[in-house]
Design a protein around this ligand. Structure first.
Ligand code: ADP
Length: 386
């Protein structure tokens, strides 16, 4: 792969792809990226850029035809095209069949159930009408969580229905209806597997959410938690990646219940927002680890050498248009504070525009500085709002 004429195609050109490309640049691996936006964050770091739909069969197939290896940085892609490319001899990781399974939260839940991985009790429904009927007959009871089976992304396909008063929020889409879990803590584990079957995982990270945007707010790494529960989550993530027989990264989101049950919520078969801080905290970060899996290189060490807290830089409420950042200069004066700006030219409310990782020997201190930084930074558009 190094300085060769082999080509890696990445379907999706967002920030996750961009951070993967830091390593392909360092290793001199030739890359080609597909993304619908001509201003995709990955554009500046790849060798070739193609603007086009990720979900259109012909676009994805044509994109992949001259690649030797293919991977993804988002799971909402045309898997039939990737399957055809795999059938024709391209190396595609993760496997299109695994991406297809994970795209559908219903199939995901059935996979956990069939393979005896603990997940919250659920049932599948085709429409809003079916859900209302099941409520009437007492098959579903309040409170519950509705998740769109397809293309749910960053909290947009999730509705928490607590009482009769929330009924209007029930979406009319094929859905997973889940029991509400009494959550003590939300954590994630990123596992990696190459095609020789070597498996490694990072320590769990704690995820704290922004209720309003239903988006990740703060990460603490490594999670300050009971080692028995942390080891259990790591083991579950490693078992799951093996069961899926996949190569690449698998980010596994867990709920730790009030009674300490370790419950799988959902997975993503790619680098993940919950692993950004591995750039500063580990010798081999998640992006490099993903590439090592795709190319079947030996996996890198996952040890945490420095603790960290991470916050997402999100677009401010009420601002849509060309972006202007303020407060970054104040942040630059803090020791151990690392700024990442993805390069999205347009901001909108809660759009992920960048992130900040704060490294510190003391995790509480890292958290305090990260929350301070969040207050300093404003992500606005100075264009007049309509
Ligand atoms: P997304 O794909 O949008 O990230 P998630 O499945 O992660 O959706 O759900 C978003 C958030 O909603 C979770 O992080 C959690 O806080 C809450 N949530 C989801 N499912 C449940 C559940 N069964 N019980 C309680 N809270 C839940």
């Amino acid at each position: 792969m190094f300085s060769s004429d082999k080509k890696l195609g990445i379907v999706g050109g967002g920030q996750l792809g961009k951070m993967m490309l830091y390593k392909t640049r360092q290793w001199d691996i030739y890359t080609k990226v597909l993304d619908p936006s001509k201003e995709a964050p990955s554009r500046m770091a790849c060798n070739e850029f193609v603007q086009g739909s990720l979900t259109d069969y012909d676009t994805v197939y044509n994109f992949g035809e001259d690649c030797d290896y293919l991977t993804i940085e988002i799971e909402n892609v045309n898997t039939d095209a990737l399957q055809k490319l795999e059938d024709e001899g391209k190396i595609v990781h993760p496997k299109p069949s695994v991406i297809k399974l994970i795209q559908d939260k219903g199939l995901q839940k059935e996979f956990y159930q069939n393979n005896k991985f603990m997940t919250s009790p659920f049932a599948l429904y085709a429409s809003r009408e079916d859900i209302l009927q099941a409520l009437n007959t007492g098959k579903i009871t309040f409170p519950f969580v509705q998740k769109s089976r397809l293309a749910g992304y960053d909290g947009k396909g999730v509705a928490v229905i607590k009482t009769e008063g929330d009924i209007d929020s029930i979406m009319d889409v094929p859905s997973v209806i889940e029991d509400m879990v009494a959550i003590k803590q939300e954590i994630a584990v990123i596992a990696a597997r190459n095609s020789q079957g070597e498996v490694k995982s990072y320590a769990p990270v704690v995820m704290e959410f922004n209720e309003e945007a239903n988006l990740l707010d703060l990460l603490l790494f490594p999670a300050d938690m009971d080692t028995y529960i942390a080891d259990k989550a790591k083991k579950m993530a490693e078992d799951l990646i093996e069961k899926l027989d996949m190569c690449g990264l698998l980010a596994v989101e867990f709920f730790i219940a009030e009674n300490d049950d370790v419950i799988i919520n959902e997975v993503a078969p790619r680098p993940h927002n919950s692993g950004h801080q591995t750039i500063e905290s580990c010798n081999v970060n998640q992006y490099e680890q993903h590439l090592r899996c795709v190319f079947n290189f030996p996996l890198g060490e996952t040890t945490v050498h420095t603790k960290s807290a991470m916050i997402n830089i999100l677009g401010d409420k009420g601002h849509t248009g060309p972006v202007e950042y303020t407060g970054l200069d104040a942040c630059m004066q803090k020791e151990g504070l690392h700024i990442h700006i993805y390069g999205k030219k347009e901001t909108k409310p809660f759009r992920k525009m960048g992130h900040i990782t704060v490294t510190n020997t003391n995790l509480e201190q890292a958290k305090t500085i990260a929350l301070w930084a969040k207050k300093q930074i404003q992500v606005k558009s100075l264009q007049l709002q309509s």
